[in-house]
Write a protein that binds this ligand. Sequence first.
Ligand code: ADP
Ligand code: ASP
Ligand code: MG
Length: 404
Amino acid sequence: MQIVVQKFGGTSVASPELIRNVARRVVSAKEQGKQVVVAVSAMGHTTDHLIDLARAVGDCCPEREMDMLLATGEQVTIALLAMALQNLGHRAISMTGAQAGILTDEAHTKARILKIDPVRIQKELEKGNIVVVAGFQGMNVDHETTTLGRGGSDTTAVALAAALKAEVCEIYTDVDGVYTADPRLIPDARKLDLISYDEMLELASLGALVLQARSVEVAKQYGVTINVRSSFNDNPGTLVKESSDMEECRLLSGVAHDINVAKIGLFDVPDRPGIATHLFKALADEKINVDMIIQSWMRSGRNDIVFTVTRDDLSKTIPIVERVMKEIGALGMEYNDHVAKISIVGAGMVTNPGVAANMFEALAKENININMISTSEIKISCVIEEDQAVRAVEAIHAKMIGKL
Ligand code: ADP
Ligand code: ASP
Ligand code: MG
């Protein structure tokens, strides 16, 4: 029998009524003769509220206890959805991540799934049950509860689809697919019928939070087709799968923006071998992920190094950079957490010159100054001031994507 994995995000399960709506959708797949595994998020903004609660009790936040706390959100939803399914006359059973066999590494609050042992899920499916799994959580080798980072239920669903060899992983959310820009920000954004793993991975990593980037990585690794759809209507969604010739012809797939960015500059750094290693190893040792890096031209034996980290990591980054500054004899440092990263993504960029120039022109026309630039084969990113981010996305979309 074919297996389908369906994932429902926070907005889709925000109230008892919406949970009943989700139950009807799940039942409809079951009545088409499929075995159904469902992954769910916490209701509405529950995870945000739990984080606020943790901050309210004191110094934030021991990561093991954060995982214990945050994992409760999804556990409410699984039980309620299983009850709603039973009320519709169907057999259903809820499972925590651990009960579903989801084994992760030990990185509390941003764990990665190492493997899924699907035996228990398979047994329940064979008994005729719909299996409802708590998204976003797993268990490490010491039987400790872990969570997978914000948006992690997407990754739970894709990993379950891979482990169960499901025909498709349907991600139900509050928009009916992947658009050329966040449709809540850009009303002219167009829905894409199809997007390749590589382009989706770039868009998701660069701020299009419709899918957690890690879920796209897992989908690519195991060849899982993702269908991003709305839980509020029956519109066809967006398929995320291996690229085809048709997609490679598409110049641009979308524009993304990310405000979870901070930039740090280290000035008058002695220009000699080993300096970059010293700085970036110190950050890596503390598990701080550095994104863009720019080193300026040397003058009088010194240069400047500017790089970005997520805003969440800024408070951990500053003392490390201050320490390294003294160790290497740099003369100053500054940081700014009111910046944003604006990016365009498209597989067709590789063979089409002039895309970067067009993007810079769109920003220049709006009088938007570019602080930093980075490129890969299929993306260009610019760091700008945060308060200009929406105008930048609008201008780039109108000039480069709206007209395609
Ligand atoms: P869920 O709670 O279902 O996981 P999310 O809020 O994580 O939902 O993701 C859906 C949101 O992603 C949409 O409401 C939309 O505002 C946002 N989004 C950002 N970029 C895009 C994009 N390119 N296409 C579609 N949605 C996007
Ligand atoms: N509830 C978690 C979050 O809000 C996981 C998820 O929804 O995917 O990030
Ligand atoms: Mg999400």
